[in-house]
Each structure stands twice: as structure tokens, then as C-alpha cells.
Design a protein around this ligand. Structure first.
Ligand SMILES: Nc1ncnc2c1ncn2[C@@H]1O[C@H](COP(=O)(O)OP(=O)(O)OP(=O)(O)O)[C@@H](O)[C@H]1O
Ligand SMILES: [Mg+2]
Length: 238
């Protein structure tokens, strides 16, 4: 097992927002974490990344426990994070934004010695290459999302945590982001994906976890979820 999250408990003040979350990601997989608003999906990613400190539980990456470590150490250990709000630097160029991805913590080993460079990012994101010298604020929403993903790759993660990458994007851009995730996964990247677009998630994922309030309510394959409308109704549909 590559990423093993074991019995994670996280609080915001007195509110117990993750109550014993356990999940795994195998090498090379895309695993989707889905559920309705406010269930704790983003908090799960933040707790893995060290942006929120879990009260108890383990975050094992290749057997090393990262739970409670600060984000730059988690990044150096090999986990990249693309936040929901993208947080690109509006006044920096695309190139300088990519360079910032190294600063937030770089995994020196790369993914099997495979190091991400600006050129390699541009191979996967042709649109960003065209706009290399433009300021971040001039990019479209879809391009900003590509940039946020590209920037996180510059840290040489072995696993990428991606929070709602298609949120707020026009349908054509949703497809472009979907393809980029598919493409970097085929290049070997393992991904834990939080996504509200069920079609996108089901088309990308090897396995699915569904969250109910503060807990995992379902774990299974895409096929198992397809065959159980009552589960989808319980955890997804409104
Ligand atoms: N910084 C915070 N302080 C206090 N409570 C918070 C904070 N962030 C989130 N919460 C609460 O924790 C719970 C889980 O939130 P979280 O953002 O993880 O949900 P989510 O599943 O990502 O939802 P969404 O689909 O809306 O993004 C919610 O009840 C939310 O209101
Ligand atoms: Mg969220």
C-alpha cells in the first residue's frame, strides 16, 4: 500500500468533522472521494497535507507516518496539493508561478527519479506554454486550474491531492481538466481526487469513496457504485 490513511480524527474547535476516516491509494491509481457539501472532503485532504492538524490517526506514505507534520514536510515526503481555491499568484507570470511550486517543498527523489521541470509541465499543458510570460490574473479559470496543477507537479509529488478541480468551469474546460488529470495519471501520477462532477469522477477513478457526515459511508469500484443507485441516492443525489 502506498498511501494509507488510518482512523483520522480532526476537529475545528469542538466540532468533530472527521470521525475515523480510513482510506488507501495504491500506486498509479486515481481514487475519488465524493459526497455532499460539508461532509469533510476538503478537511480530509487538508488533514493529509498537514494544513489542518488531525487529533489522532495515521497518514502513512510508503510506511512513513506524516500525520501532524507541517505542510512543507509532507510536500518533501512526496505529497502535492491543489487547493479548491487554486491560489495562483495573480501578479506573477505563468513561469514564475510554476517556480513557486518548488518553494513550497520539493520531493528530491521525484517519482521513480522522474523529476518535473518547467519543460516537462509544458509538454503536458500546451496552453500554459503559449502563455508562459503572461500574468496569472490574465488566465481563464480553466488555465488557472491547469497552472495550479502544473505548479504542484513542480514539487515532484508521488501522490497528488486535488480538490474540486472542475468547479466553476464551463463544460469544455471541465473536459480539458479531466484530460489533463487522465494524462498525468498515465504518466504515472497517483491521485486522490475530490470532485463534485460525478461523471468526471467515475470516468477517471479506479476506486471510489463516498463520505457521509464526517465518515466514509461507501468504498468500492466504479462498477459497484454504478450498480447501486440506492447508495448514490444516499450519499450523492439531493
Ligand atoms: N476552518 C473551519 N472552521 C470551522 N469549521 C469548518 C472550517 N472548514 C470547514 N468547516 C466545517 O467542517 C465541515 C467539513 O467541511 P469541508 O470543507 O471539509 O467539507 P467538504 O466536504 O469539502 O464540503 P464542500 O463540498 O462544500 O467543499 C463542515 O461542516 C464545515 O462547515
Ligand atoms: Mg470542499
Amino acid at each position: 500500500m502506498f498511501l494509507e490513511v488510518e482512523d483520522l480524527n480532526t476537529y475545528y474547535g469542538a466540532s468533530h468533522v472527521l470521525q475515523g476516516i480510513s482510506l488507501t491509494v495504491n500506486k498509479g491509481e486515481i481514487v475519488a472521494l465524493l459526497g455532499r457539501n460539508g461532509m469533510g472532503k476538503s478537511t480530509t485532504l487538508k488533514s493529509i497535507m498537514g494544513l489542518v492538524k488531525p487529533k489522532s490517526g495515521k497518514v502513512l506514505l510508503n510506511g512513513q507516518d506524516l500525520a501532524g507534520k507541517p505542510p512543507h514536510m509532507v510536500a518533501r515526503a512526496g505529497i502535492g496539493y491543489v487547493p479548491e481555491e487554486r491560489r495562483i499568484f495573480p501578479n506573477l507570470s505563468v513561469l514564475d508561478n510554476l517556480a513557486m511550486g518548488i518553494k513550497s517543498g520539493q520531493n528530491k527523489n521525484g517519482q521513480n527519479g522522474n523529476i518535473w521541470t518547467v519543460d516537462r509541465v509544458f509538454e503536458h499543458f500546451a496552453k500554459l506554454k503559449e502563455r508562459a510570460k503572461q500574468k496569472g490574473c490574465l488566465l481563464s479559470g480553466g488555465e488557472q486550474q491547469m497552472l495550479a496543477i502544473g505548479r504542484s507537479l513542480m514539487g515532484n509529488p508521488e501522490l497528488l491531492l486535488v480538490d474540486e478541480p472542475t468547479e466553476g468551469l464551463a463544460p469544455i474546460l471541465v473536459q480539458e481538466v479531466r484530460e489533463v488529470l487522465d494524462d498525468i495519471n498515465k504518466a504515472g501520477m497517483s491521485i486522490l481526487l475530490v470532485e463534485h462532477n460525478l461523471k468526471v469522477a467515475m470516468s477517471l477513478a479506479d476506486r471510489i469513496y463516498l463520505m457521509g457526515k464526517a465518515h466514509i459511508g461507501f468504498a468500492g469500484s466504479v462498477e459497484e457504485l454504478e450498480n447501486q443507485p440506492e447508495i448514490r441516492e444516499k450519499y450523492l443525489e439531493v
